[in-house]
Design a binder for this molecule. Structure first.
Ligand code: NAP
Length: 250
């Protein structure tokens, strides 16, 4: 059947696959025919995601991506792949006056250094096949909007935008595409940690600021990832896809 968005036969590594957006991406990509390599630290939650996948031959590869040795071991053991979705990430609210190198390292290690090192290692060890696609799950924070307390988080995501453009240019001659997705609010463990975000009152005022009048679902982000991983986007590289219900229009 004609379907330029199919992921049939593609092997896709999804980091952050034990929860939230990464879990949603893994599930939806499996429904589109991809074999998924699920990566995160928590084996129990990774197994829950694994059990929700469609199709066969998916793999779990447990790793703490804040450790360089785990990244190196992960890439060494990887089969040849057709794509990566870098979704692992953390959000910490740190007012500017409390920023120090410890909090900076904690946030940057997983949000910025890990996906960049993982990309570098997969390129170096030639694990990415020709016509591969790398998708970074970044954020509108720091790129289009700002939130109090998110200075380091925003910087960690803003750095990804710069990397995406330069890497897209450099890897084009290997026919490897590099793009990012910048989502707005998708309720998940990452946001639920800050319980005040989704009280009824806050939800009302949040929805007022979203032209499409709802918060996001993991599937909303997954459909963008499917496009960027599929052959339908084979002439798209170095781009940022904003998925935010129109939030940044206001
Ligand atoms: N939710 C939103 O509204 C929103 C908006 C914009 C951007 N984003 C971005 O989307 C991504 C996913 O967020 P989410 O909302 O789905 O959050 P989430 O539910 O908390 O998921 C975060 C994922 O990252 C993994 N992770 C964290 N630290 C890790 C480490 N050291 N090594 C390996 N994996 C690690 C977690 O797995 P383990 O704990 O099992 O390791 C988990 O699977 C993040 O990069 C976030 O910045 C989210």
């Amino acid at each position: 059947m004609y379907n330029p968005f199919s992921l049939d036969g593609k092997v896709i590594l999804v980091t952050g696959a034990s929860s939230g957006i990464g879990r949603g991406i893994a599930i939806e990509c499996s429904k589109m025919g991809a074999k998924i390599i699920l990566c995160a630290r928590d084996l129990k939650r990774l197994t829950e995601t694994y059990n929700l996948l469609e199709g066969q031959h998916h793999i779990i590869m447990q790793a703490d991506l804040s450790r360089q040795s785990d990244i190196e071991n992960l890439v060494k053991d990887l089969p040849s792949i057709n794509g990566i979705v870098h979704c692992a990430g953390i959000l910490e609210i740190i007012p500017v006056k409390y920023i120090n190198s410890n909090v900076f390292d904690k946030i940057f290690n997983i949000n910025t250094l890990a996906p960049i090192l993982l990309t570098a290692q997969t390129v170096k060890l030639r694990k990415l096949l020709s016509n591969s696609s790398i998708v970074f799950i970044s954020s509108i924070s720091g790129i289009s909007i700002a939130n109090v307390g998110e200075a380091v988080y925003s910087a960690s995501k803003g750095a990804i935008s710069g990397f995406v453009k330069a890497a897209a240019l450099e890897l084009a001659n290997r026919n490897i595409r590099v793009n990012s997705i910048n989502p707005y609010q998708v309720p998940s463990n990452l946001l639920n940690k800050f319980t005040e975000v989704f009280t009824e009152v806050n939800m009302e005022s949040t929805l007022e600021k979203i032209p499409l009048k709802r918060v996001g679902k993991p599937e909303d982000i997954a459909y963008g990832a499917i496009y960027l991983l599929s052959n339908a986007s084979s002439w798209v590289t170095g781009s940022n896809l904003v998925i935010d219900g129109g939030f940044t229009l206001l």
